[in-house]
Structure formats: structure tokens, C-alpha cells
Design a protein. Sequence first.
Length: 623
Amino acid sequence: MALLACFVAVISFILWVRLGDHREVTAAPAIELRETASAEVGRSYPASPPHAETLRPVRLPDNWDGSRPDYSGYVWYRAELPNAVHGWQRPTVYLPVAAMNGEVWIDTARVGGAGRMTFPLSRHFYTPQLIEIPRALIRADATQSLWVLVAGHPGYRSGLAPVWIGEHDALYPAWRERRFWQTEGNAATIVINLTLAVFVLLIGWRDRAHGAYVWFGFAAVVWALRNLNYWVTHPVIPDLLFAELCVSGAAWFVALFGIFAMRFSEEYQPGYVGPRWFLPAALGYAVVATGYFLHASDYARANAGFLVLAAIGVGITVWGLVRLVRLAIARPTGELVAVACGALTYLLLLLNDYQVGINRSSQGEIFMRQYAALPLFVAITITLARRYMEALQRTRDLASSLQSEVATQRAQLEQSFAQLREAEREQARSQERTRVMGDLHDGLGMHLATALRQSRSAAHTDRLLTETLQDCMDELRIAVDSLDEHERDPLSLLGTLRYRMAPRFESLGMRLDWQVADNLGEPPALDPSAALNLLRLVQEALSNALKHSGASVVTLSLSRPPAGVRVAIADNGCGFDPATVAHGHGIGQMRSRAARLGAVIDWQRTADGMVLSLTLPQVPVTH
């Protein structure tokens, strides 16, 4: 019903415009001049009106395409100035159409006109003119002539529409209305079309799912540029080339819009597939039309093929618009019905404009399809905007759902990771307990077993038993120190070890010195295994110095060479040859512990005694 109502409304409008008796000027006083006399004067701009004997009667409107199809140049039109002009305050001449351009004369005096009247002419074929006659030119004692000089080209609907003369205030509303529909309103449609085109192309560029609308966007751009034909009066390129490009633009619009209609139907109507030949055929038509018009060397040749090419273009346009109407019938949604109504309106006014364009006797009609395209273009843009917003909302909903799902999965993963970390910590604690138990069994257990045997043997003295028990205490303290999470760096570990072993050295008359380099900084923390290996290794070195070196002073020092942290145990005792004892059990055990630390161990005999050097890496190796 909506489509039927739209069809009836547009047909009624066209019939009312075409068949109704509409006077363009309804106010008084105003007189319409249709009976004139004319004379052709060639392509040289005339300095004055011609003699009366060269004139021949012409009834307006005079369309050169029908009355003088091959003529290019100037034509004078003469009418007698009505007697009523003497009583008017502001006598004015209104030229609805003077194409390509025109100007008004009173007798031999030029009154005014628009733009450039010499070739190449300015393009004022679609510009209505309102020219006020100076009161000084009107004489009460003689019959005066009103002349209109028109310059034009063949094949471009050049000529003159009926001329109006009257009071300025009576003619101004008609001139203002026509100016709006022919120039200002057309400029507005160009801006609106370009705005819609940019909007559609931006969405099509960002979302390739709306590919059909890209064809529409390019079609809207071409349509807007094509409409410059009605608005630009002084093109920067030759007028013929400008006209050819505008007509070629119409062909490209037809092709692009037809392709859009097919793609649009394919997207909105499930199961529909457009003819595969249509796209290359439409683009081929646009290319052929462009080549033909650009190849024409004058207006007559360009116009020779216009009717055929225009008819083909109308056929393609009709196919595309009917396709949109059929889509709305198949899927009668509000937005598709709006598109179909816009298409139907455009189609009917297109046919109306086509009939006006090929009519070689009429002059002065206003072309309407540039306005008819606006409802169609707006409806199409609304469908795109709505579809894009729905897709955007679906994307937001999906993103929100995914975000919620990700948050849930993240919470689950965090819980799993927490459980895994706790399991790893528990495993590490279990391994550490196993390691400590093993160390206690091998170290402390061996010393306790030795102490037990010594206590049962009468051959062993209390002194030996005391030393063995002291070794047991050292083993226990080392195991405990290696498990301390807060003091596991070499400085804390070795400082504590030195503090505990210093009394043993003093009881034997020896001194255990402690030196820390100023540039030591903050040594890296060790894991329990590395801490235990370091303590065991240094304890072994201190015990050897205590028992075997015969030294009076033993120095435990920490420094920071470039390679890492350096631990040194130096004594002033008798020393030994490292090469001789290199394969001994004690030396081998110490090398093994250094390897587990990732450290470099070295013994060096000096003139003052013996030095053991242990260089720890920057990041200790965990074993």
C-alpha cells in the first residue's frame, strides 16, 4: 500500500505540473511576453540590435534544438515595451531561462545581464535573471523596443523561455523561487550528496561486510559532481570539456547505482543472485559513454549520440530501481519500503526529466531528479546506518559477553595457578625437607654416630668427643641457616657462620678475621640448596685451616669483582701443594659443591700462607 500511495502521489504531481495551467508570476502588475521577433547575427558579439527588416516572428518558448539545431552564436529577440511600464515605479525584466546566456536591452542601450556574453560563454543556462530597467531609459513620447540578446550552442537546449516584464516586487517572488530550485537548492543537494557519500564510504571502508554500500557511495559522489553542471557558471576548464565530463558523470552514476541495486538485493534478499553479466555490462556502458563524449569535438557531435546513450542509461536505471521495488515487495520492512518509495519517486521524475531533455520545443522547465534522488539517497543511507549500528551493537554485546567469559576464565585460571603455585611450593618444601633430611643423615647423622662410638670407647678422650659434638652442632646450624628465607645472601650467611666459628678459633689461640669490600653492594639471594652448599664449602675450608694449617690468623673476606661475588679464605699457616692433594677426597668434595653453585674455586699458595678463592656467579645456579 505504501508503494502504491507513493506511485499515485508522484504521478499526480507530475500530471499537475505538466498539464496544469500554472502561471509562474501571479502577482500584479506583470505581463508575460510570448510573441516576439528574432534575428540570427552570427558568432560576433553585436554592438547594437539589428534592423527591423531582418526580424522574423517567433513565439516563445524558442528551443534552438528544434528551431535552429545547427546554429551557434547570437540571436536577438524583440518585443514592444508595454505602455503600462510608464506607470511602474521599478520596471523589471524577468528571464526564467536565457541559454546559454542572455542580456536585456532597451532600444539601443544595454540594461544588464549575467556573466560573460562573449565566447567562450559563461554557463548561465540554468540561472534566472531579474534585471531592473532604469527609469531614465523609459520615454513617454515614443514606442520603445525590449530586446533580449541570447548566445548559445547547438544541441544544448539553448534558447529563450517566455519573458516577463512588470513591477520588481511582482516579479521578485517568482525569480526567487526559481533561483532556489535551479541554483541554491541544487547546491544544497550537492553538499548533502557528498556528505552522505563520505559517510557511506567511511563505513564501507571500515566494515567490508557492507560492500554494496561502497558502490552506492561512489555513485553518490559521481551524482554530486554531475550536478555541478547546473550550478557552475565559470568552469576552470573549457566549457565543452566540462559539459562532456558532466554527461559522462551521469553515465557513471547510472552504472554504479545499478550495480549497487543488484548487490543490495543480493545482501537483503536470501537466495537472490543478480545476473553475472550485469556488472561488466554496466561498467562497459559507462566507459563507452565517457569515451564517446570526450571524443566529440563540438556540441553538435556530442549531442548526436546523447539520445541513444541516455536511453540505455534510463534502461539500466529503471532495471536497478525496479529491483529495489521488488526487494521491498519481497521483504516489506520499513526501511526497505522507504528505499523503494525513494526509488519509485526517482524513477518517475527521471522519466519526466528525460522527456523534458529530449523535447525540442519546450524551454524553461525545472529538472527535478536531483531533488528526487535525495529521498532515495537518505533512505539508503538510513538502512546502512541502521544496519551498521545493529552490527556495532552486536559487536558490543559479543565483546561484553567475551569480556565476561574472559573474566570468568581468568578467575578460574588464577585459581588454578594459585593451586599450581601452592602445589609447586609444597613440592619444593617436600624436596627441601628430603634434601635437609639427607644432609642431616649424611652429615649430622655421621657425626652423631661417631660421637656415640667415641662415648662407648675407652680409648677416646673427652676432648675428641667434644670436638665431634661441636661438629654436630655446626652441621645442625648450617642446615638451619640455609633454610632461613630472610637471610640467604652470601653476606648474611657467611657473617653468621663466621660469628659461630670464631670462638673455636679463639679457644685454640687463633684469630678469625672478617673483611667485607666497600663496593660489595647487595649480593644476590641464594636458594636453600645453594645456601647450604656455600655454607658447607666455606665451613669445610675454615675447618681445614683450623685443624691443619697451623696458622695464627685466618681471614674470611667478601668482595665484588666484575665476574660476580668473591669469597676468600686466607691463612698464614704452613700451606700445602694444591697439585699434590688435587685428587683427594676433601678437595673433590669441595669442587663438587662449587660446581653445584656454578662457582669457580681455586687454591693458591703464597709466601704468607694459603688462599682459597670461590667466585660466585651473578645469578647462582639452582640445583
